[in-house]
Structure formats: structure tokens, C-alpha cells
Design a binder for this molecule. Sequence first.
Ligand SMILES: Nc1ncnc2c1ncn2[C@@H]1O[C@H](COP(=O)(O)OP(=O)(O)OP(=O)(O)O)[C@@H](O)[C@H]1O
Ligand SMILES: [Mg+2]
Length: 509
Amino acid sequence: MTTSTPPAVALDGIWKRFPGVIANHDVTLSVDRGTIHAIVGENGAGKSTLMKTLYGMHRPDAGTVAVNGTDMHMKSPADAIAAGIGMVHQHFMLADNFSVLENIILGSEPAHRGVIDAASARTDLTELMRTVGVTLDLDTPVSELGVGERQRVEILKVLYRGADIVILDEPTAVLVPEEVDELFATLRRLVNDGTTVIFISHKLDEVLQVSDAITVMRQGTTVASVAPADIDRAGLAELMVGSELPTPGGRTTDIGETERLTVANLSVVGADGRLVVEDATFAVRAGEIVGIAGVEGNGQYELCTAIIGLRPATGTVIVDGDDISTASVRDRHDAGVAYIPFDRHREALMLNSSLWENGLLGREASPELSTGPLVNIGAARSSTRDIIDRFGVLTPNETVPAFALSGGNQQKLVVGRSMITEPAVLIAAHPTRGIDVGAQAAVWAELRDARDAGCAILLVSADLDELIGLSDTLLVMFDGRIAAEVDPDDVSPAILGGYMTGATTGAAS
Ligand SMILES: Nc1ncnc2c1ncn2[C@@H]1O[C@H](COP(=O)(O)OP(=O)(O)OP(=O)(O)O)[C@@H](O)[C@H]1O
Ligand SMILES: [Mg+2]
């Protein structure tokens, strides 16, 4: 690259206001062509807003956007796509009931005399997958894909539309380490071919490992641009949050005798008639965190949703001595089972409703929040304010709609809602997904406190350090089965990875 090449992206003096919030102020960002450029910063720092502005979804209140040296005045994503910019969002935007092929060509179908030419799209996509080094069955419905695969579909969709500037908003938040490696290999191939990649991440180790440059955002503006060679994890965190990095730890040995959650011979049949959970048997005792490691799609989701009653299953589920195997979702909730869902958008939030209505979800009939058949709005609002305070949800107040929160702050609200009721059993799926390093420590402390107070916690996470650091007992799910139990005090992420991919089998401890 010669010095005369203009940057792929140059943002200058960008401002963006929302009601009661200045999301971006005086932001400057320069991204060189053919590089991987990371953007880091606390939840609510303005990262997604800035990228949505670059992608034409927001019009900046002030400032300029230049692409390859040309000033742009984008009015919509269509303008951004025409300028060669593609974006994979923090929350995926695929249509579940359509195939991979349909999802990719949706909106850019090659037409032949007004008829969609699926055959030529198929040829082009097969060639594209070969170049990028990605394999997908184009005819599979998206609903049957795991997160890693969904993400590949999103990336292919962006490339299929001809993007040579690709924005990825927290692409690795949902991936296990092996999938992260595959993704970065793909990105590296793209960049070597001249594509520019901008990605947002809270995982500072991988940011340092894969990026060519890092820009740090804090409270709505860019505070530093650094080369990964010139900084370490602690230095990055300090630029972001002004404090030292937390680490998970402090495992307790104070596990009670009583089983609060007992799962016996639980099996779940999937859509294709195959067993997606096979004969799962385990218990979580009072004051215990049982972790479940696994690559997404190995039955963890089905196991958890069966335990909370969202999905038919055979076998037994007992909570505090009560057999709830055939109870409704509501009755299981009333028996003390709380759930932090896998996907905050699809399972946990009504995005157009206020925070207090979301804070109330699932708890409408609880005595503290209702007066007879009616919801006590004052109590519901004040309970949501408690969640906002205790879990550090960044928001002007509890009346704003959930979509106005940043991704990590939505997650804090969901976590807070399930924990503030002090449940007997907490099914926690990816509790810190999308949460910044500082707030992550706060959620870990909440989970440990709940455990120490006697809660039985079933923890599913893609973050192996989190699993190893928090779990008292650690199980591995592979191909629908509890395939191994490992000792969290004596297992490395690498060894755990071996069990998760089925490379290692059997009980280790
Ligand atoms: N559509 C919107 N309406 C109102 N406020 C918004 C909207 N989008 C973002 N905000 C606010 O702008 C600020 C920046 O949000 P943004 O989503 O850019 O943060 P982020 O850095 O991506 O955080 P995270 O790491 O949690 O995803 C937050 O205070 C957020 O609540
Ligand atoms: Mg974001």
C-alpha cells in the first residue's frame, strides 16, 4: 500500500443524538484498506451507533463520512451497499423459515426476464464459498442452523452483494473458540484479497491477536487508536473503562447436600425425529454452579428449554422435591425456576415495549407486582429501577423502549430480571454475552452471590474461562449427550475443547 492510498473509511467529527442520550460526539476514525480494524469500548460507548452510521442506517447530526477518499451522503443501507459496505449486525437478521440460499439472495436476486435466477445464484455462491473457504448447505432452512453457521450465512450475504468493506458487530460473542478460529481465518483470507474488515468485540485477547489496528471508544467518542503490538490487555481495558481487568475465580466449596434441581433420563426429540437430547441425568445442589460446555447445537439449548417447560421432553425434572416434569412454564417459574435465555432478542425482550414492561415479563402475576388481577404499574416501574441500579443498565430511565438500549445493556436487563426474584434454580445461558469486561465482573459476582445464598445454577457458556472459573462441577455436552464430566480445578480451555469437539471422550475426573 502506498501512502497516497486514501483510507477505506474516514469518519470525521461525527455526532449522533437520541432522546436523552448523546450516542456519538466528535468521533474520528480512519481505517486503512485491506486491514482488520477492531473497535472496543464499554457497553453503551457508541460502537454500534457509529457503525450503523457508516452503514447508512443512521444519518449523523454532524460530521463527514468518506469511503475510499470520496465524501458520502448515505440515506439508507442501500446507499452503503452500493458503496461496497456490508454489515453483519450484533443481532442476526435472517429469515428463519427460508433456506440459506433464499436468505443470501433476498433483496439482491439475480433476475432473468423478471424471474429469479436461483440456478445462477447457486453457481455464484458455490464459487464464493470456495474462495472464502466456507462450507454451507444452501438448501438447509436457517431455523436448523447453529449460531456459527448463521453467522457464515450473514457474512456470505454481505460478500454476495459485493461488499469490500465488511463491518462485523460482535461476531464472536456467540462462538466457541474453534469457531472463532475459523472465522478469523476467513477474515484473514478476505483481507489478503483486499477486503477491509471492521469488527467490534469485548474479547480483548482476540482483538489483540487478530487486528491490525484498534480504536478505543469511551462515552460516545474515540479516545485512542493503537497498534496491537504497542498495548496489552490491561492497557486496553484501562483505556476503555479506566480500571484493572477482573478475572473469574473464588470458587466455593460450600455446596449443600440437597439437590435443588434433579434431571433424570431427560430426552428431547428434534424436528427431524432424531434425539437432540439423549438421556441427560445430573443434579444441581444448593449452592452449586454446574457448568455445561459444548459447541452450540449439541443439545444445550434443547436441554435448558425442556427444563423450563418450553419444549416437550421425556424423563424427570424435580425442583426442591417437587416433580415438575409435566408442569407448565408458568408453574415451573412459580416453583422457583428462572431463565436467562440464549437469545435476548428472540426469547427475552419485547423490543418496542418499555424497560419496565420488559422488567415485568414473566412476573405479571407475582404478588409484589400485582393487585388482584391487575398489574401494579408503580411497583413494576420501581422493580425495574432496582434492576437498572443494581445491574448498571445504562439508560435515561425505565420508560424508554428496549430497542434504545445498547446490546450489552439489554443483556444486563435480562440478567437482572431473572436474578432479582432470587430463584431457587437459575438456568443461565451465556449470561455475559455482549457484556463489557467491567460489567462482566459484576455479573460474575452476582452469580457467585446467588450461589452462595443457596441458589442452584446451571450455567451454559461459550466462554471457557467463564465456565472454568465459575463452575463447581463441569459437564460437557456433545451430540445430545452429557459426554464427560471434567474437574474445573484441573482442566485447561484446550483440554475442554477436545471434549467439546468429540476428539476426546469419556470421563476425565
Ligand atoms: N435507537 C436508539 N434510540 C435511543 N437511544 C439509542 C438508540 N441506539 C442507541 N442508543 C443509545 O446510544 C448509546 C450508545 O449505544 P450503542 O448501541 O452504540 O452502544 P455500544 O457501544 O454498541 O454498546 P454495546 O457494547 O452494549 O453493544 C446508548 O446509550 C444507547 O442506549
Ligand atoms: Mg453494540
